[in-house]
Design a protein around this ligand. Structure first.
Ligand code: HEC
Length: 207
């Protein structure tokens, strides 16, 4: 009997507790929010990427809709139910990043949608690799051996047997630059050499 009374007491406490909470928050419902693209764990390659988000608030009182990248504000949306932001990956490092979409309403409630993406910046021959040739190679290779000039460099390298996609480190081009050509072991920086190798490892694309 005592036990039953105790259970009854607990239940009535619970009911009044819930009722009280309802009174306090004056029935304002939290907004909902979603990052539609990219999706969790998605691989994103360099260039521009369109991030799409959506949100909804039962009362239609959204105060802010903010996109965060690794804890810093990437973009503050101003209006609309479906939102797009063109993300320029130029300054984003390769590796894992956190994207968070936070929507707050005027009643102090908010929603967070969070995903992880991996950014893998591909090497672009026409931009990254040709830039190395232009800066460090063509001064000599313009008359002597014009293989590295812009617009003809790709075909020359591929047809001339300088690139070995199956065994990238054995490529004549790579061997030439790591041997210190054209004089001095630090003629190309470690980053430039790594970029050349990466380009070959990724399939020596004409991109
Ligand atoms: C100071 C002038 C000079 C610069 C700068 C230079 N080269 Fe050379 N390169 C030469 C000369 C001279 C030869 C021919 C003799 C030899 O093979 O070393 C040559 C030959 C080569 C060859 C072999 C060509 C063949 O058909 O066998 C490759 C590949 C090459 N260079 C790549 C490069 C790259 C890549 C760069 C820029 C990172 C570069 N060179 C910068 C002077 C230069």
């Amino acid at each position: 009997m005592k036990q039953l009374t105790l259970i009854g007491l607990v239940i009535s406490l619970l009911i009044t507790g819930c009722a009280k909470e309802d009174d306090i928050d004056d029935k304002n419902e939290a907004p909902s929010c979603n990052i539609l693209t990219p999706t969790d764990n998605q691989l994103i390659e360099s260039g521009m990427y369109t991030i799409s988000c959506s949100f909804d608030d039962p009362e239609g009182n959204v105060a802010s809709a903010t996109l965060m990248l690794d804890g810093l504000v990437l973009h503050e949306f101003s209006s609309g139910l479906e939102l797009h932001y063109t993300w320029d990956l130029a300054d984003v490092e390769s590796g894992w990043h956190t994207l968070k979409f936070i929507v707050s309403d005027n009643g102090g409630k908010s929603c967070i949608s969070e995903i992880e993406v991996i950014v893998e910046k591909s090497v672009r021959f026409s931009i990254d690799i040709q830039a190395i040739f232009d800066l460090k190679c063509v001064a000599c290779h313009v008359n002597l051996n014009p293989i590295l000039l812009n617009t003809v460099s790709y075909d020359n390298l591929m047809n001339g047997g300088y690139i070995n996609v199956d065994n990238p480190e054995q490529s004549v081009l790579y061997q030439k630059v790591i041997s210190g050509h054209p004089g001095g072991s630090s003629y190309l920086s470690a980053e430039e050499i790594a970029l050349l190798l990466k380009w070959i490892v990724y399939g020596a694309l004409d991109n």
